[in-house]
Structure formats: structure tokens, C-alpha cells
Design a protein around this ligand. Structure first.
Ligand code: ARG
Length: 576
């Protein structure tokens, strides 16, 4: 159950009963400190100001009519008119039982929407570089969270599979094929292949001529060019899939909806925008002038949707793509997980989409932007020679480092298990480091931090899980089959249960805001609450009802951490 929402409802009703206008916000929040209760209603002051009454007096009136029977043990007025709400121990125990008995941990499904998540989106004939990890793991975590809440989520991997560069790539692939007979699906070094293609294009006029011809042929659906193009896409995606699989990212080949998919829509869109008077010819190109954006002279900014030579642009494709997601996929919400540098590009495309009436206002188009990945020196994360770091190499290094770490911590494990633990910790560390930061800020990539067993890191969270899980192994008990009832008496028990019951609030916030770090912080706090509880309230050495109750709290903690990490795409281990 979402207790925050429940309290919001109750306090809102009380506000109205005390004389506030209908719909006055109760503004119930989780309290920052236990002495302020479990939740705090902050809405009284605003309402009192509007009514012209004394806020503390008004708060007293609200409390008088506030019906929290069976929910709160006490309420009190604090400071200028906050209402602190202390949940009752019986209510906490009852809700914890419900959560423990439920495979969804008491989290209600939301009214189902169709939601498209646009993430990862690497480019064809290039290897995924480290910066792709941000979109990939953040988008995947939000996707999993939305699915958990019961939404129909359509993953859209908007790969860069179109553009004039395919002329030179096809010409080079043809050359390689002629020289070596068959091209294996490996084409192991895509980067080198791309570089060679470019070199030939710049230095060999006959090659460049052929390449330009192939661009035109590809665009008109020529069979040979299409086949070669397809090969390039396939080879790239086979390699990308390896990264996805290693990282337990839920994308598959079925989720690919690349730029090329929208080609057929583009001429019609340009024609329609012209007809609507939105696009005008300017110096031979088709341009939409947007008052909402100003160029450096303070004039309406011109967005080119078709070049003078007839070619379409990235923006044209994104206009078509948004339209398609609404019309064909039936999206209620579209979430784009893209680098913040593309913000202007996206908002321009969407401004055009809205002006043209392609998508109603009720459908939300959301840019969930993120900052850059920086090295420890605060500069963009690069190899020593200044090149971009391949994602694959980064993952290899993570595995090596984790293997050393596990070796030093746990030298006696058998090699197979050691390797499994190292791999699980490594992938989790790389993902979690990214997920746990507020995504809009640039983030500093730091091996030592991400592999630390202290702080808000993957190893810490994974270890917290194994620690709780090991209680059951030690006692020879099945965490899914515990007798007895949850009884909340001790302060640390209360704090733990209160935090456990905020799981749903964390899940819903991630879904609403597209910010997985909310879940990371929640889990980190939960693990902290569990540690304090564990120290203050012995479990296995206690007896009778108390022991059973505490075992149940440990079981709910383990399940919550595991579920939370799984929504983030982070795997857990029973032993490490
Ligand atoms: N391929 C693009 C890039 O690497 C990202 C595409 C994001 N999605 C979109 N609908 N524009 O920058």
C-alpha cells in the first residue's frame, strides 16, 4: 500500500472539513527524522495563509477532524504548522504481514498505460562506447519498474541505422567481401572497419564515387545495397547484444526500431507540414521557423526538415518517430533516455509535432536527460590516447578488478563460484554506479568507488542482501514459510518496518520521474535500517514470538532488497 497516498487523502479530507477549499493540497511527505514522525503534512501553512488564519490554530482544527483511526498512534503540530504523523505499531505490523504474504510485496498495480521507452540507441557500424551505458542501464531500470507496475511497455531501440555514411560502408564491405570471399558475421573490429571506410572515401576518388552511388541506390531500395546494409546492421547488433546480455539489459533484437523504420513516412510529413503552412522553402531547403526558439540574432529559429538536395534530417525522423509511437503503438507516454546535449533537438521536433497536431497534449513526451560520463580528472572519460573507451573493454576491466577483489576477500571459494560472484559483482558495480547518481548531472567514473563494499554501491547492496539471506541458511529455515505474527515494539523495528512499507512509494517515484537513483537511495537507507535493527534486536538468539516476528521482518527485508535491485536490473547472490 502507498501510505503516503493514503495519508494525503485523509489529510486532504480533514483540510476541507476544517474549512479549506476543495482540492487543497495536503502535501504529505516522508519525515526526514524519526522525531518528526513517519510522515509530515506540510499543506496547512499554505491553506491557512489563503484563509487568513493562524496556521497553528488551523492545524489544530485539522487534527480534530483528521480520521487516522487504525493508522496513526499520534499526530502533533510542529513548528509553524506542520502536522507530524506517527504510524501505529499495529498498523505497521498489519501492513508488513500483507506485504510479506504478497508476491508483489503489497505494491498495487497502476492503471495500465502503454508506454514507449526509447533507450540505448547505439549507431550501426560503430562499437558501443562507454557513454552508451548511461542510456542503456537507466532506460532499462525504468522500463523494468514500469512493467512491474503493470504497464504495457514497448522498448524502442532507436539505433542509428541510416544516413549517407552507409554509402562508404557498403562500398567497403563489398571490397572486403571481394578480397576475402565471405565476410564472417564477426567483423570483429567494427571501429577499424569504419575508419578504413572513411579513409578510402577521403583518399580514393573511384571508391568515393561508388559510395555516393550506393547512398542513392540504398535509398531507392536497391536489392544489393539493402542486403549489404542489413549485414552491417546485423553484425553490429550481434555485438551489441553481447553487451546487453553481459549487463543483463532486457533489450533483444525484437526491440530494434531504428531510424530507417521511419523513412517511408518522411516525404509525407514534409508535404503535410508544407500544406499546414508550418514548413516553408528557404534557400531551397524546407524549414520550420519556431518562435519558441531564438537564433543568435533573436529571431525565430529555423529547423531544417529537408535539405536542398532532398535529404531528410535527424529531426525529421524524430518527428515521424513520435507520430508513429502515438498513432501506431498507441502510446500514452513516451520516455526518451538521451544525453542532455540532444535536448534542443528533441524539443524542437516535439514542438513541430504538437503544432502539426500529430499528438494530443494528453500524451506526454518526456526527455529523461542525463549528463556526461567523466573521468576522475573531471574531463570526458577517454582512453589514455584520447579515444573513446569501448564498452566491451570497460566490462572486461570491471570483471578483472572484481575477480581480484573477490579473491582477496574470499580466497577459499571454489573457482567456479568465485568467477560467478566476480562477474555478478562487476556488472552490478558498473550499472549501479551510474544508476545511483541523479541522472541529470555529469558523473565521475571511479573504479574504487564503484567496487567499494561501503557506501551506496552495488557490492554493499548485494552484500546486504546475502547477509540477510544467510540468516535463514544459518538457522536452516525457509524464508517463505515462517510461522508466527509480526509484532512491532522496539524503536528500531518500527523504523525498519516504516521504511519497508515505503517501497511502493519508491517504485512509483521511479516510474513517474524516470530516476532510478530514487530506488538506489531507498534501498541504501533500507539496508541501513536493517543494520541498526540487527544490532539492536537480536534475531536468532531471541525466543518465541519475538524470534518469529524478527525472522519475518528479515524475510521481508531480503525480499524487498532483492525485488528493488531486480527492478534496477541488478542481480543478487545467495552467497558472496
Ligand atoms: N543514435 C542516437 C545517438 O547515438 C540516439 C538516438 C536517441 N533516440 C531518438 N529518438 N533520437 O546519439
Amino acid at each position: 500500500m502507498n501510505i503516503q497516498a493514503l495519508l494525503n487523502e485523509k489529510v486532504s479530507a480533514a483540510l476541507v472539513a476544517a474549512g479549506a477549499p476543495e482540492g487543497s493540497p495536503a502535501a504529505v511527505r516522508q519525515s526526514a527524522k524519526p522525531q518528526f514522525g513517519d510522515y509530515q503534512a506540510n499543506g496547512v501553512m499554505g491553506v491557512a495563509k489563503k484563509l487568513g488564519t493562524n496556521p497553528r490554530e488551523f492545524a489544530a482544527k485539522v487534527i480534530e477532524v483528521l480520521d487516522l483511526d487504525g493508522i496513526a498512534a499520534k499526530t502533533e503540530i510542529a513548528g509553524p504548522g506542520f502536522i507530524n504523523i506517527f504510524l501505529s505499531e499495529a498498523f505497521l505490523a498489519q501492513q508488513a504481514e500483507i506485504a510479506l504474504a504478497d508476491s508483489r510485496l503489497g505494491v498495487a498495480a497502476e492503471q495500465a498505460q502503454t508506454i514507449v521507452t526509447d533507450y540505448s540507441a547505439p549507431n550501426v557500424a560503430k562499437e558501443m562506447a562507454v557513454h552508451h551505458i548511461r542510456s542503456t542501464v537507466i532506460g532499462d531500470a525504468v522500463t523494468r519498474t514500469l512493467e512491474f507496475l503493470g504497464h504495457k511497455v514497448i522498448r524502442a531501440n532507436h539505433i542509428g541505422d541510416w544516413g549517407t555514411q552507409f554509402g562508404m560502408l557498403i562500398a567497403n564491405l563489398e571490397r572486403v567481401q571481394q578480397e576475402s570471399g565471405e565476410v564472417s558475421m564477426e567483423l570483429s573490429d567494427l571501429e577499424a572497419f569504419y575508419r578504413d571506410s572513411k579513409k578510402l572515401y577521403d583518399s580514393d576518388e573511384a571508391f568515393a564515387e561508388r559510395a555516393r552511388g550506393y547512398v542513392v541506390k540504398l535509398q531507392s531500395g536497391d536489392e544489393f545495397c539493402t542486403e549489404m546494409w542489413k549485414k552491417l546492421v546485423d553484425v553490429t547488433m550481434i555485438q551489441n547484444q553481447r553487451n546487453y546480455d553481459r549487463l543483463s539489459v532486457s533489450l533483444t533484437n525484437d526491440d530494434v526500431m531504428g531510424e530507417s523504420m521511419y523513412n517511408d513516412m518522411l516525404p509525407k510529413i514534409v508535404a503535410d507540414l508544407k500544406e499546414q503552412g508550418l514548413a516553408v522553402e528557404d534557400d531551397g531547403a524546407q524549414v520550420v521557423f519556431l518562435e519558441e526558439f531564438k537564433n543568435k540574432d533573436g529571431e525565430a529559429m529555423g529547423v531544417i526538415i529537408q535539405k536542398r538536395d532532398g535529404g531528410f534530417l535527424y529531426t525529421t525522423t524524430d518527428i515521424a518517430c513520435a507520430k508513429y509511437r502515438y498513432e501506431q503503438l498507441g502510446a500514452d507516454r513516451v520516455l526518451y533516455f538521451i544525453d542532455s546535449r540532444q535536448h534542443q533537438h528533441l524539443t524542437q521536433a516535439w514542438t513541430i509535432v504538437r503544432k502539426a497536431g500529430y499528438i494530443p497534449e494528453s500524451v506526454s513526451l518526456e526527455h529523461h536527460a542525463f549528463g556526461m560520463m567523466l573521468g576522475k580528472d573531471g574531463k570526458p572519460f577517454k582512453t589514455r590516447t584520447g579515444g573513446s573507451v569501448k564498452l566491451k573493454d570497460l566490462l572486461d576491466e570491471a570483471e578483472e578488478r572484481a575477480a581480484k577483489l573477490i579473491e582477496s576477500k574470499n580466497p577459499d571459494l571454489d573457482p567456479e563460484e568465485k568467477a560467478k560472484i566476480a562477474n555478478t559483482v562487476a556488472m552490478a558495480a558498473v550499472k549501479y554506479a551510474d544508476l545511483s547518481k541523479h541522472r541529470t548531472t555529469d558523473y565521475v567514473f571511479d573504479w574504487d568507488n564503484m567496487l567499494a563494499f561501503e557506501g551506496n554501491t552495488a557490492p554493499y547492496m548485494q552484500y546486504a542482501y546475502t547477509r540477510v539471506a544467510s540468516i535463514f541458511a544459518k538457522a536452516g529455515l525457509d524464508a517463505d514459510n515462517l510461522d508466527g505474527a509480526i509484532v512491532v515494539t522496539e524503536e528500531k523495528e518500527k523504523a525498519l518496518v516504516s521504511k519497508l512499507l515505503q517501497f511502493e512509494e519508491a517504485v512509483q517515484s521511479v516510474a513517474r520521474e524516470g530516476q532510478p537513483h530514487i530506488m538506489c537511495s531507498y534501498l541504501f537507507e533500507l539496508a541501513g535500517n536493517f543494520s541498526s535493527f540487527y544490532e539492536a534486536c537480536p534475531i536468532l538468539s531471541s525466543e518465541g514470538e519475538t524470534r518469529q516476528s524478527r525472522l519475518k521482518l528479515a524475510a521481508l527485508t531480503a525480499k524487498t532488497i532483492k525485488q528493488g535491485l531486480s527492478l534496477l536490473g541488478i542481480n543478487t547472490l545467495e552467497r558472496m
